[in-house]
Design a protein around this ligand. Structure first.
Ligand SMILES: Cc1cc2nc3c(=O)[nH]c(=O)nc-3n(C[C@H](O)[C@H](O)[C@H](O)COP(=O)(O)OP(=O)(O)OC[C@H]3O[C@@H](n4cnc5c(N)ncnc54)[C@H](O)[C@@H]3O)c2cc1C
Length: 482
């Protein structure tokens, strides 16, 4: 016997969209309601930015959701309240507008009917070109929306083992509890879970000066690297900027013991003028083809993605404050106008080696029905976490309905981010956030300015996403940006 249930509340109250099931409706009911076969429960672990969005996305497709959150019974070192989707530090969800990669992701999320974007729009505070929110109103809005949703059951307990029935979404964030982290290590393999970020800055390929850098491998090995060569004078100026740059002050619980192999560049510089150039900036085996001589020092760049749209600075992990980091990076020959798409960080963070483990649909390759979202999946930031939460929630609900998970088009920021997680270089995987290198460039006969090109990419992303959401019946009517 097939048990049928009713889903798809006719909901115009918030003026954004009409809820609708994503599947063909076998029995249509009045007022947009639909009767669907009963399906498995979706478990969402963690009610942060990703888990909150995932729970609502899954419920919207007709899934019964069980959402687990350990706070306030067990707090993390960074959270202060028992509210869902608490913003632990800044109150900004990133820059807005068409020139901004986060702006595109925000607009995509609005189209997808995101709870986090509804909360942000309802609680925004003036912040120039950024989408900043009143943090209490923001998490209050989300907590209320989750608690009042009849399809979502809330369990305020720490989860230390994965539930075994129905699809599961892991969204326990950068401060995943120790018990669950230990369980994941045993289930997935210890080497796939990292407990801190020691990341180097990543720059946009198109912002590199290719007249100054040269492509080569050390000792004429495969020419996989771009090399930024320093003269003695250039190195002196760079070293001075590095010595004067200010480092971020970590909380006590964030303080890390570094291995020699991943010492921050500023710490290496503190040991002496020549230490960086006998360490990660060593020029040996890298003669500049234009002079035939080894430079005074070299910063090597390694491709972050297959298309070589982003390059990271090798051995340059840093905890410098972002404005100072930019000043230092732009003192490197060839990077004078570098656009940093991801800043270096050194802090506590729990995340998986996504390229070794997951499909771009955020489902584990070896563990069907297990999904991951948020910082744990290898993204950075509030908005990016919520966006992956929407995708994981949607796909887990589709799995529960017996359908195939979906992947947004590559022209969308969310599609680009999800593809990056599954296909980045796994041997030095570091978390990533929304940036223009994640989506293909636009091709036009006439050369476009940077602003024009981004405007085109923005428009293309939204048009493509609208078609995709409609084709897959993920929304009935499309949200309009207020
Ligand atoms: C100190 C710090 C500062 C940060 N500052 C910023 C910033 O300024 N801007 C920014 O964009 N990003 C910042 N981040 C990154 C930030 O954490 C993420 O952007 C965002 O919160 C991640 O969303 P998430 O859903 O993955 O994790 P979270 O929002 O942390 O949500 C995870 C949830 O899972 C719960 N949980 C953990 N383990 C369990 C368990 N075993 N059982 C049940 N529940 C569990 C936690 O209590 C938490 O509520 C910061 C991170 C840290 C640690």
């Amino acid at each position: 016997m097939v048990i049928m249930r009713e889903v798809g509340e006719f909901n115009r109250a918030d003026g954004y969209w009409i809820d609708a099931p994503a599947v063909d409706c076998p029995v249509q009911l009045p007022f947009g309601r639909c009767r669907l076969p009963a399906m498995d429960r979706v478990h969402v672990i963690g009610a942060g930015l990703a888990g909150s969005e995932a729970a609502v996305a899954a419920a919207k497709l007709g899934a019964r959701v069980r959402l687990y959150e350990m706070r306030p019974k067990r707090m993390t070192p960074a959270h202060r309240t028992g509210q869902f989707a608490e913003l632990v530090c800044s109150n900004s969800l990133g820059g807005e507008g068409q020139a901004n990669a986060k702006g595109l992701l925000q607009a995509e999320m609005r189209l997808a009917g995101s709870l986090v974007m509804r909360a942000a729009d309802a609680s925004r505070v003036p912040a120039g070109g950024a989408l900043a929110v009143d943090r209490e109103r923001f998490s209050g809005f989300i907590t209320q929306a989750l608690r009042s949703n009849p399809s979502i059951e809330i369990v305020q307990e720490e989860v230390s083992e994965l539930p075994s029935d129905g699809p599961v979404i892991l969204a326990t964030g950068p401060l995943t509890s120790d018990a669950l982290a230990a369980h994941l290590q045993s289930r997935l393999g210890g080497r796939f879970l990292s407990f801190y970020d020691a990341a180097a800055p990543v720059v946009l390929a198109e912002s590199i000066n290719y007249h100054k850098v040269f492509r080569a491998g050390r000792y004429a090995q495969q020419a996989d690297y771009l090399n930024c060569p320093f003269s003695e004078e250039e190195y002196r100026v760079f070293y001075q900027a590095l010595s004067e740059a200010r480092a971020h002050t970590p909380h006590d619980w964030e303080k890390l013991e570094f291995f020699e192999g991943c010492m921050p560049i500023e710490e290496i510089a503190r040991r002496g003028f020549d230490t960086p150039r006998f360490g990660p900036l060593k020029p040996v085996g890298l003669p500049d083809p234009r002079t035939g001589k080894e430079p005074y020092a070299v910063v090597q760049l390694r491709a972050e993605d297959r298309e070589e749209r982003m390059w990271s600075l090798v051995g340059f992990q840093t905890g410098l404050k972002w404005p100072d980091q930019k000043t230092v990076v732009q003192k490197i020959p060839g990077l004078e106008n570098a656009e940093i798409v991801r800043y270096g960080v050194m802090h506590r963070n729990t995340y998986l080696n996504a390229p070794r483990l997951i499909h771009p649909t955020l489902e584990f390759r070896e563990h069907p029905d297990l999904f991951v979202a948020g910082v744990l999946s290898g993204v950075e930031g509030y908005l990016d976490s919520a966006a992956t939460g929407w995708l994981a929630g949607t796909n887990a609900a589709l799995k529960a309905l017996g359908q195939e998970p979906l992947l947004p088009p590559e022209e969308t920021m969310l599609g680009g981010l999800a593809r990056y997680l599954a296909s980045a270089n796994p041997s030095n995987f570091q978390p990533m956030n929304a940036n223009w290198a994640l989506v293909p460039p636009v091709k036009r006969l006439k050369k476009l300015s940077k602003k024009e090109a981004r405007g085109e990419m923005y428009k293309r992303g939204l048009e493509t996403l609208t078609r995709w959401l409609t084709e897959h019946k993920l929304v009935l009517s499309v949200a309009v940006t207020p």
